[in-house]
Design a protein around this ligand. Structure first.
Ligand code: NAI
Length: 354
């Protein structure tokens, strides 16, 4: 584990095994320099235990950067439950997992991610206070996806403004890949703002609904990134921004919700060299974690969440400006800004410890 590139000095990695419930899980805490490590719980059928460890490490490190750049006083962590989501989430297994989170005494706070539901979190909340994204209670934050969509929309407008001088989306051609919880809400906002939509989803009825309700043109999912358009908004899977895309797609800007959009880290530089403005994914999709963080903080305040999500647009503009000034790719600028906050907090901890 120490030798995997994703390990990157994780503070703590815990493996959990409960033979009675069949639970096998990993909790990875990358950094608590800025506060408790907040990150989702993923339930997935991994090829191997090592694949699960790698995924937990990669995602946990990503949360450190996402939370830092969003200006949250939270560190980064992530957990994975190994197994088929249809069978690995028995109430007994979830309770055993909640007990494991509880033993960490608040150093890790879990929330929904792929393969988990709000009902699962509600069940775990009966065992430990260190989960967020519940559906009931005074500070329940509920569904994060509208907040994610709002953040992406604001990031997209800031990107368009940086490229064209105006954030007016009337007649802008925008391709939305993936019309799920976030993609659909984003597409609605773009339509209301006057954009012309191209959409793709492997769930055909969703694409057909977008054609009917949002006057969208349906495009094959593989072809969509290479269509003639102003903005490409990946809202399905990661890895869609490839070398081929950077070099050949006639797209001017990229801004979407999907995590880990860059197929390889060098694509960040290739997009910059090709004159394609990329709004870093973990910056613009932070609306959901901002919402969950408000619940984890114990006092959910919808107004403050809204204000914090609005900052995503401002940070996007600042990152693009800095990238232009230093002729540096936007992803690299975002990483450097997040890292500066983390390093400063680490130095304060060292100083406080004398
Ligand atoms: P979702 O599961 O509700 O929607 C994903 C959609 O993409 C589905 O409609 C699915 O059919 C479609 N899809 C899957 N593979 C596709 C392909 N190859 N081509 C075209 N469409 C495809 O997921 P959700 O919640 O909307 O999340 C979307 C992305 O945003 C994910 O990458 C997720 O990790 C990321 N994200 C979501 C957040 C949230 O608040 N839900 C927060 C931050 C990131």
């Amino acid at each position: 584990m120490f030798d995997t590139p994703d390990f990157d000095n994780h503070e703590e990695v815990v493996s959990i095994c409960c033979p009675r419930s069949g639970l096998q899980a990993i909790i990875a805490i990358h950094s608590t320099a800025l506060g408790p490590a907040l990150g989702g719980i993923r339930c997935w059928s991994y090829e191997s235990g090592m694949a699960a460890i790698r995924d937990a490490l990669r995602l946990s490190r990503g949360m450190t950067y996402k939370n830092a750049l969003a200006g949250l006083d939270l560190g980064g962590g992530k957990s994975v439950i190994l197994g088929n989501p249809a069978t690995a989430r028995s109430p007994e297994a979830l309770r055993a997992f909640a007990r494991a989170i509880d033993r960490l005494d608040g150093r890790y706070v879990g929330a929904e991610d792929v393969g988990m539901t709000v009902a699962d979190i509600d069940l775990m909340r009966d065992v430990t206070p260190h989960v967020a994204g519940t559906s009931w209670g005074a500070s329940a934050s509920g569904d994060p996806s509208p907040h994610t969509a709002e953040g992406v929309f604001l990031g997209l407008k800031a990107t368009v403004k940086a490229a064209t001088g105006s954030d007016d989306l009337t007649d802008a051609r925008i391709g939305v890949m993936g019309l799920g919880a976030v993609g659909w809400k984003l597409a609605e906002k773009l339509y209301e703002a006057g954009a012309t939509l191209l959409v793709a989803d492997i769930n055909v009825p969703r694409a057909v609904r977008a054609a009917a309700h949002l006057k969208a043109e349906i495009v094959d999912a593989k072809r969509l990134p290479f269509e003639e358009m102003d903005v490409f908004a990946p809202c399905a899977l990661g890895g869609v921004l490839t070398r081929d895309f950077a070099e050949n797609a006639p797209v001017k800007m990229i801004c979407g919700a999907a995590n880990n959009q860059l197929a390889t880290s060098d694509v960040d530089g290739l997009l910059w060299e090709a004159g394609k403005l990329y709004a870093p994914d973990y910056l613009v999709n932070a609306g959901g974690v901002i919402n969950v963080a408000a619940e984890a903080g114990g006092e959910y305040d919808a107004y403050r969440v809204g204000m914090k999500v609005r900052e995503i647009g401002e940070t996007t503009a600042r990152i693009i400006e800095t990238a232009r000034t230093g002729d540096q790719p936007t992803g690299a600028v975002a990483d450097a800004m997040a890292l500066a906050r983390i390093t400063e907090a680490e130095e304060e901890v060292v100083e406080a410890q004398g």
